[in-house]
Design a protein around this ligand. Structure first.
Ligand SMILES: NC(=O)c1ccc[n+]([C@@H]2O[C@H](COP(=O)([O-])OP(=O)(O)OC[C@H]3O[C@@H](n4cnc5c(N)ncnc54)[C@H](OP(=O)(O)O)[C@@H]3O)[C@@H](O)[C@H]2O)c1
Length: 284
């Protein structure tokens, strides 16, 4: 099997399934029941059975607030998972692609966007579990045998994203309160899959930030979603601490895509353009 996708129903998996089918590439996507990243023995059987050339790790424990309470579960999926996949990819000679997050940063950078050279310092347990996963997999995958992409505010097919949340809120609320002091980059899963595919094709390895161009506050992101879906609601900008959420979030964690953009000679579109394209594709 050429491509082994870990995770079956997630946003990024869905984007890869569509892309690889279009490219007529052989692939298989396995659910957490068929390939639990925290279960080394089960994963070893999967590698033995499929002998993949490329492993796309689309698995994650993504619930940032719940991770504060369920740290063990988050750690198992986000830290032990990539460690197991890195071990087995090395053993079976597969190339590993793994994804991490802007939440590895503390958001205190005062000049410019976060680059690959900036030092991680996660503020919450989710960010910490992802950072440990980054370190463990990067240390194991030597000789250019891995790609690690950090991304942020992913949207795509599925329900685990901000677009889905906003479209749900407007069914019951006339006025939305959205934080204006949380800034990052909305990024479409289709773009992540496309750039990953291109990077693999060009033999690129290492750590890169893979996000749309530009950045937005949550407030701006929500307003753009309402605008593109033609929904009229009052949106009030509020401070993030209004919501008293369990996990602390970085206030400014927008990353720069310049390194991968330049290396692959791409022109990754602005998040607003990506949002319009996504909404158009959903409306047929
Ligand atoms: N969503 C975001 O806003 C965001 C932000 C920054 C970074 N990222 C990163 O981007 C990547 C893709 O995220 P996404 O949004 O596509 O995630 P998602 O939609 O939440 O999907 C998560 C996937 O993880 C799989 N999974 C959960 N537990 C597992 C286990 N024990 N073993 C194997 N698979 C397991 C699920 O499998 P099933 O299909 O079997 O349920 C599902 O396919 C992740 O690395 C994530 O951390 C996402």
């Amino acid at each position: 099997m050429k491509y082994l996708i870990i995770g079956k129903s997630g946003q990024l998996t869905k984007a890869f399934q569509q892309l690889l089918a279009e490219k007529e590439e052989p692939f298989i996507a396995l659910s957490h029941e068929e390939a639990d990243v925290s279960n080394y023995a089960q994963l070893k059987n999967v590698f033995e059975q499929y002998k993949p050339d490329f492993v796309l790790n689309c698995s994650a424990y993504n619930n940032v607030d719940k991770a504060e309470m369920e740290y063990e579960e988050a750690f198992k999926i986000n830290s032990i998972g990539p460690y197991n996949l890195a071990l087995l990819s090395q053993e079976y000679g597969a190339f590993l692609v793994h994804y991490s997050t802007d939440y590895v940063f503390d958001g205190t950078k005062t000049e410019g966007l976060y680059t690959e050279e900036d030092k991680p310092n996660p503020l919450n347990k989710y960010g910490l579990s992802k950072r440990v996963g980054e370190r463990l997999s990067l240390e194991l995958c030597t000789n250019k045998s891995m790609l690690l992409f950090r991304t942020s505010w992913v949207f795509g097919e599925g329900t685990q994203n901000f677009i889905h949340k906003v479209l749900g809120w407007v069914k019951n609320e006339d006025v939305l309160k959205i934080s204006a002091d949380e800034v990052s980059v909305p990024t479409c899963s289709t773009r992540i899959a496309l750039v990953t595919y291109e990077a693999i094709r060009q033999g690129v390895s290492g750590l890169y930030h893979l996000v749309s161009s530009g950045y937005a506050s949550r407030y701006e992101w929500a307003k753009a979603i309402l605008n593109v879906y033609g929904i009229n609601r009052v949106v009030i900008p509020v401070p993030a601490d209004t919501f008293e959420l369990p996990a602390k979030r970085p206030s400014f964690s927008a990353m720069s895509n310049e390194k991968i953009n330049h290396l692959l000679n791409l022109d990754i579109p602005n998040w607003m353009e990506e949002l319009s394209t996504f909404a158009r594709s959903k409306n047929g």
